[in-house]
Structure formats: structure tokens, C-alpha cells
Design a protein. Structure first.
Length: 311
């Protein structure tokens, strides 16, 4: 098993800082078995699978299926079975990676071997092609095998059609990582955010590959302008979201960014930033997930420092 897959448990344990949060942290919380992977049908041609790493979108057509992200590596087979039994039994012909993280690209190698076209931003292929370290947890992930790498890359936003669904995909630089993309389905009015939205808790910010809290705030603001008030949202993690949920995430991220940027300019240390409790008015809503407020503040503060160093 590759380091990319085998470091899964350690990665999750390092991320978890609070009470029960994401379903993919089941081992970190001592559960003996993974949660079931369940489908929710959102329209005639679109469903979401939850219970396997990041949320997975499934687009249905008579010619085959398109998956948006692919869960964790060691449950790729379980995910494929769940899709076949609960959604549609057609072959997956296309996979769209919203970013490079292991809990979203776990089906890449399996589907690549089966001949699926893998689409992603060019920075996703860059990250998946080399050994990559996430400094926030000190873990290193080996590159994917060649068959798991994206076969169709893009550098800018674009449009595509799969079956009957028109899809708009938009890359937002320097948000959760440097390769994030959201997808919007104007027909059913559904937005898939990837990990640019963790619904209801403080998000992972991968500052080692270009992510930063201010970029997450900008992403939430940009996605808030997509669709309308009735747009349904598939977040990267957490339950299905509304525009009000996205607005709340933006308000939190923007406020915390402003506070942390001020502290960085004042030369505060990360410990001083934590002691100032810059998230305290948001902790009741966002602090009960995978990060305790202090742990998340350290990550967010470091992301501001790193972003400023690159600017």
C-alpha cells in the first residue's frame, strides 16, 4: 500500500481536535467500522454520496456516470458498489477532482485503470505527481500511480456538458489549496464546492500547497454569487448546505482573516494569536467539528504568514 493511502489514519488523527465531526474520521473516534455510504438523489441526473471521505457528486447519463471526487483510497470499491446499487449501474466514464487531497482522490487509480477520463486543474496533477507534505500535520503523501493522474487538465475556468447536464467549473486560486475548483449545475441549480466549504465547522487549510484563510473567505464570497437564494450546495464535508450556510462561513472566514492579518502586522506570535481568541464569537457554530478553536487558529494564522511571504 502506498504512503498516500497508508497515512490516512495518522492524517485524520492529526486533524481531529474536537468532538465528533466528519464521518471520515470514524477510526480516529474509536469506531470499529466505517459508516455506510449513502446516496441522496438531488435531481433526475444528479446525486451525492456521503460517508466516504469528502462528499462525492454523481452525474447520471445513459452513456455512463461522472463522479465529482472519489473518497478515500481504501473505500474506492465500497463507493463504486454504493453508487451502482443506490444510484445507477452504468460505468463511471469521467472523474472530476476538485483538488488533490487524499480523501477526494481515492478512486483515481481504480477508475483510471478502468479507462475513465480524469479531469482536474493543472495544479492538482502537479501535486499528485510528486511526493507532497502537508506541514499542518507533518504527513507526506507519495505520488499516485500514473493511471491515477488527471488525463485532462485545465488552467482556467470553463464549461462542459455531461449527458443532459451543462456544467460550469471555476478555479479559485489560493483557497483551500492552490488547485481548488467548484462546479455549478444551472439546470438543477446545484453547486458543488469541493473543500472550499466545510459546512458547519472550521475548515482544513492546506497552507503547504497554497491555501490560506483569506483565500477561503474570498472563495466563499465568490461562490455566494453563484446561482440564487434557492441554490442547493454540496459542500466538501458536512451536510448539504444552503446559501445562508455559505454566507455564515464567509462572514466567519472574513472576520477571522481581518483579525489575524492585524496581528501579523503587529508582529504577534502564533501563541499570542491563540491567546487573543480571534474565533471566540464563532466557536459555538464552527468549533464543534474536527478542530478545536485553538488548533484551528494556529493553522489559520500560519496560513496568513505563509501567504504574506509569497506575496
Amino acid at each position: 500500500m502506498s504512503t498516500f493511502a497508508s497515512n490516512r489514519r495518522e492524517f485524520l488523527s492529526a486533524l481531529v481536535g474536537g468532538a465528533a465531526g466528519l464521518t471520515f474520521t470514524y477510526r480516529a473516534f474509536g469506531q470499529n467500522a466505517p459508516p455506510p455510504i449513502k446516496a441522496t438523489k438531488l435531481s433526475d441526473n444528479l446525486a451525492v454520496m456521503m460517508g466516504d471521505g469528502g462528499n462525492v457528486g454523481v452525474v447520471i447519463s445513459p452513456e455512463g456516470l461522472m463522479m465529482i471526487d472519489g473518497g478515500v483510497p481504501d473505500r474506492a470499491g465500497d463507493l463504486a458498489k454504493a453508487i451502482s446499487e443506490q444510484v445507477d449501474a452504468h460505468k463511471v466514464t469521467t472523474l472530476f477532482d476538485t483538488h488533490w487531497h487524499f480523501d477526494h482522490v481515492g478512486s483515481n487509480e481504480m477508475l483510471g485503470r478502468a479507462g475513465a477520463k480524469i479531469i482536474a486543474h493543472e495544479n492538482v496533477k502537479k501535486r499528485l505527481s510528486v511526493k507532497t507534505t502537508m506541514e499542518a500535520n507533518g504527513r507526506t503523501f507519495d505520488p499516485l500511480k500514473p493511471e491515477g493522474l488527471p488525463t485532462q487538465e485545465f488552467s482556467r475556468s470553463g464549461k462542459m456538458t455531461f449527458g443532459k447536464e451543462k456544467i460550469e467549473y471555476v478555479h479559485i486560486p489560493a483557497a483551500h489549496t492552490d488547485g481548488d475548483t467548484y462546479l455549478f449545475f444551472p439546470g438543477p441549480n446545484i453547486l458543488h464546492t469541493g473543500d472550499m466549504l466545510f459546512n458547519g465547522f472550521y475548515p482544513v487549510i492546506d497552507y503547504s500547497t497554497g491555501g490560506w484563510v483569506g483565500g477561503m473567505a474570498a472563495a466563499a464570497e465568490a461562490m455566494g454569487k453563484v446561482g440564487d437564494a434557492k441554490t442547493r450546495i454540496i459542500p466538501g464535508h458536512g451536510p448539504l448546505a444552503t446559501k445562508d450556510d455559505l454566507k455564515a462561513a464567509h462572514e466567519m472566514l472574513a472576520a477571522v482573516t481581518q483579525r489575524l492579518e492585524k496581528m501579523v502586522k503587529e508582529g504577534k506570535s502564533v501563541d499570542e494569536a491563540v491567546a487573543a481568541a480571534p474565533t471566540k464569537d464563532f466557536d459555538d457554530r464552527f468549533g464543534k467539528g474536527m478542530f478545536k478553536p485553538d488548533a484551528w487558529t494556529k493553522i489559520a494564522y500560519t496560513s496568513v504568514v505563509r501567504h504574506n511571504q509569497k506575496s
